[in-house]
Design a protein. Structure first.
Length: 394
């Protein structure tokens, strides 16, 4: 049961004011102490949870804090939030690995809203215990920015929220006399995989002063957003319909669609969807309000004619926010379970192959299949794979 709860917690658990770190206000607003974790206890907790990592890798005590930081969204200055885990008895200089969480819908599931003793905090602390500063952004729409509708699978807003928290984390490390050596890694699962790749792409495109991105480790994300739509529309049934509604709701808010939801969804779902994503409901609760039958959920005209120009307001967002249109020059290590039907394995395969076709070197991007893993069961194998690889990179 503990393993199941841990998996569920992890699975469901902005363009900055300036292009460098010279903003006189800085990015860090505040921090609040969350808790202490000693290395020996973390070793035991990881083993008990069923994560097969060499205990010797988990070697430093950790302090965790809630963080509020400055970022921007749609041209406006806002405050966002997250958690940060800090090794407290580590060597003189340490690197940073930003860990991006998977899809959540409820405000109470945001990392910064974790209550003391929650098992997912042990994972974040264990990652920091390997000798890294670990920021865990909430993303916009949760925590300090929960008055904004979460821009789910919106590339720029996602990347900016991650990158500005990196800047704030660097400032916080300096304030507590933790010496950051500049090395940066990015990791995340499910939506966190998408967020990881979006941030990686933005850093390569725009640069990030004071950081040396070494590699990213995106796992089980829907990187090709148009491909995700095509996958959903080819199905007869899909037992996680809230993902479909979530993207539509997020794009409607972010792009300020004027078209009613009844253009896309059938009743009673068209009327219900706007109220389902107010932050009070979990993914399971939202699924209970929808239907698994695609033909009953999606308007038949949309199912049949989604690529007609009349629906460009929908599909342009899918294309714009896809992450298949660039050529990575810094290593990207993809992971995905081949039994995943929630976020399909093929989406990662297609993304990997497209990046190769774009001109990326097979020595720069790699793909690891998590044999037999579903969307939920792939989390632990992913952690077991990427952590030792990350620690091996100079």
């Amino acid at each position: 049961m503990q393993r199941i709860l841990f998996i569920a917690a992890i699975s469901f658990t902005l363009l900055s004011c300036n292009d460098d770190d010279t903003d006189p206000k800085g990015y860090l607003v505040s921090t609040e102490f969350y808790g202490n974790f000693d290395a020996e206890t973390l070793q035991t907790l990881m083993a008990t949870a069923g994560i097969d990592l060499d205990p010797a890798l988990i070697q430093y005590d950790v302090e965790m804090y809630r963080m509020v930081y400055r970022t921007t969204y749609k041209g406006s200055d806002i405050e966002a939030s997250g958690m940060i885990a800090m090794p407290v008895n580590s060597p003189d200089e340490v690197g940073m690995v930003s860990f991006q969480h998977g899809t959540i819908a409820s405000h109470e599931d945001a990392p910064s809203q974790m209550q003391p003793g929650e098992s997912v905090a042990n994972l974040y602390a264990a990652l920091a215990s390997t000798g890294y500063i670990v920021p865990i952004p909430d993303y916009i729409g949760f925590g300090s920015s929960d008055d904004i509708s979460h821009p789910y699978y919106v590339e720029e807003a996602t990347a900016d929220a991650v990158i500005d928290m990196l800047r704030a984390s660097k400032e916080f490390a300096a304030s507590v006399n933790v010496s950051f050596d500049g090395s940066l890694f990015l990791a995340g699962y499910s939506q966190g995989g998408y967020a990881t790749l979006a941030a990686h792409k933005a850093i390569e495109s725009e640069g990030l002063e004071g950081f040396n991105l070494k590699a990213s480790f995106p796992a089980s994300g829907g990187y090709d957003v148009k491909g995700m739509q095509e996958y959903f529309f080819d199905l007869t049934e899909y037992n996680q319909p809230f993902y479909i509604a979530y993207v539509a709701h997020a794009y409607s808010k972010h792009y300020e669609w004027t078209e009613p939801f009844s253009t896309i969804f059938q009743e009673p779902y068209a009327t219900a969807i706007p109220s389902l994503f107010d932050g009070s409901k979990s993914a399971d609760a939202i699924n209970d309000e929808l239907t698994d039958i695609i033909a009953d959920l999606i308007h038949p005209e949309v199912l049949e004619n989604i690529d007609d120009p009349q629906y460009d307001f929908i599909t342009e967002g899918f294309v714009e926010n896809g992450l298949t249109d660039w050529v990575p020059a810094i290593p990207v290590h993809f992971y995905h379970g081949d039994a995943d039907i929630t976020v399909p394995y093929q989406n990662s395969v297609d993304t990997y192959e497209q990046l190769i076709a774009n001109g990326a070197s097979e020595t720069i991007i790699t793909f690891t299949t998590l044999d037999g893993a579903t969307h939920s069961s792939g989390i632990f194998p992913y952690i077991e794979e990427f952590v030792p690889l990350m620690l091996s990179i100079d």
